[in-house]
Design a protein. Structure first.
Length: 489
């Protein structure tokens, strides 16, 4: 009887320890560039809730989306591996089904480790990590995809879809729903998803999660990803009387000139500046709308008494060019595309109001946050990312001197561009489809809008950065390097 009592006490103690583990709320709006956070004083965007969160935690200014495209970022985030090691080399869709350009079932992932360590794991919003099969007799590309339960890597709360960009009429597969059992909604997706998350946090009758476990919830908000025009009118009101000159304030936007098409600009087309003129109000309005919904979620976190023991992270998969260098969209080395937000708040451990220029990339997020949470059991040894938690929490440890930049053609790991982003410089070698080499070098401190290519101007700096790039490629066993050597020999 005494042994039974001791066993009961031990189980209660273990349950208490489990509850006291920190929760994780990881929010990553799609296509949110770092400049579009109000507190950064760059774009004239209204984001009071993100600004407040930044003041309550730490802002990391050098978070870099090393492959600034939806699916490759998500693959790196979830696996801690580089694209040619996790097989997500491009955006997932039916054209890439033949390459198996999807989240691999055998990759032990972020959520797998969380669940192994006693977490209740949830995913809300856009996944975009499954390439669906082509539809026979249909020429158009299929983007949206159902992810069956056995391929969700342990997520037990599921309110998600593959990729579907009609923001005001979204749809979702919910928990155990079969492929033909979609939930259709007539509401702006950030509002609807915030409602779902608020319910998840309140957890009435424990119907959304196990209240005896810590939770880890990932929220992938689709806006401000295009189509830009799907945004409620009330958010447009903030920007309707602003002139284009007041909105497109970056020093690399020329309202009269666009980039045309360059072979290494990854599909950039003419009239990009015209698109920026047409949609900058929509883009900023979406950011303001998403900010409001994040504020509602954070308020609920506080009301439920969960804020003190929850690590909140705000980031994004990539940025948005919005007319800079005459371009729109992403998937290029410029700061507007690769520099993403990274705000982290943990009242128990991170002092409020901190700013840090730490270089952090998507492959580092998984090992860093898992170590912060104390959930290290089962972390794979073959990750490409590194644990930066001691730097964030204690300002101790070796800081990265650079992070990588990638662009890879679908199904061709050795193709495309490679580059480095250091604390000060951006260095890129781009190989176009004709096999022609193009090199770019920017001093981001002296030239923050990257208007002056220093190739041929500072040969010593160029040689130093190229040597570091080659070393990184060798260390990471990047198949691109052998192709490059053959081209330049």
């Amino acid at each position: 009887m005494l042994l039974g009592y001791i066993s009961l006490i031990k189980k209660k103690s273990e349950k208490l320890d489990e509850v006291q583990k920190p929760n994780l709320l990881f929010i990553f709006p799609d296509q949110l560039r770092n400049a579009a956070i109000g507190i950064n004083n760059q774009d004239p965007v209204v984001t009071p809730n993100l600004d407040k969160l930044a003041k309550e935690g730490m802002v990391i200014s050098n978070a870099i989306s090393s492959f600034p495209l939806c699916s490759p970022y998500r693959g790196m985030l979830m696996t801690g591996k580089l694209p040619y090691n996790n097989n997500v080399l491009s955006n997932s869709n039916s054209r890439r089904y033949k390459y198996n350009n999807s989240w691999q079932k055998e990759d032990v992932s972020f959520s797998d480790v969380l669940v192994k360590n006693g977490y209740d794991a949830g995913y809300v919003g856009k996944l975009h990590l499954t390439s669906p099969p082509p539809i026979p007799g249909k020429d158009s590309i299929v983007w949206d995809a159902y992810t069956p339960k056995e391929q969700r890597h342990g997520f037990n709360f599921w309110y998600s879809y593959g990729t579907f960009d009609v923001h005001n009429e979204p749809h979702y597969w919910v928990n155990d729903a079969k492929e033909d059992e979609l939930t259709f909604v007539k509401e702006w997706s950030p509002i609807h998803e915030a409602n779902v998350i608020i319910d998840y946090l309140k957890n009435p009758s424990e119907k959304t999660r196990d209240g005896n476990k810590p939770f880890a919830l990932f929220w992938s908000v689709n806006p401000p990803h295009p189509p830009y025009q799907y945004v409620p009118e009330k958010y447009l009101e903030t920007y309707k009387d602003k002139s284009l000159e007041e909105l497109l304030v970056r020093g690399n936007v020329n309202l009269q000139t666009d980039a045309g098409h360059l072979a290494f600009h990854n599909g950039a087309t003419r009239n990009r500046v015209n698109l920026a003129k047409e949609h900058v109000r929509d883009y900023f309005a979406m950011v303001t709308g998403v900010d409001e919904q994040i504020g509602r979620v954070l308020k609920t976190l506080e009301d439920e008494g969960l804020d003190k023991n929850t690590i909140v992270v705000i980031s994004s998969d990539h940025g948005e060019m919005m007319g800079s260098h005459g371009l729109m969209s992403k998937n290029i080395w410029y700061e507007e595309a690769i520099n993403i937000p990274f705000i982290i708040r943990w009242p128990e451990k991170i002092k409020a109001g901190q700013k840090d220029n730490l270089l952090i990339s998507p492959i580092d997020v998984m090992p860093t946050l898992l170590n912060m949470l104390g959930t290290t059991d089962g972390i794979p040894e073959n990750l490409d990312g590194q644990d930066l938690s001691s730097i964030i929490l204690k300002n101790r440890g070796k800081r990265p001197t650079s992070v990588m930049y990638y662009y890879i053609e679908e199904g061709q790991p050795a193709s495309g561009h490679r580059g480095l982003r250091t604390q000060r410089h951006t260095y890129v070698i781009a190989i176009d489809k004709a096999g022609v080499e193009h090199k770019m070098l920017y001093d981001n401190m002296a030239d923050p809008y990257q208007k002056n290519n220093l190739i041929g101007v500072d040969s010593t700096l160029e040689k130093t950065l190229k040597a570091e790039l080659i070393l990184q490629l060798e260390m990471k066993k990047d198949p691109w390097l052998q192709r490059y050597k053959k081209l330049v020999e």
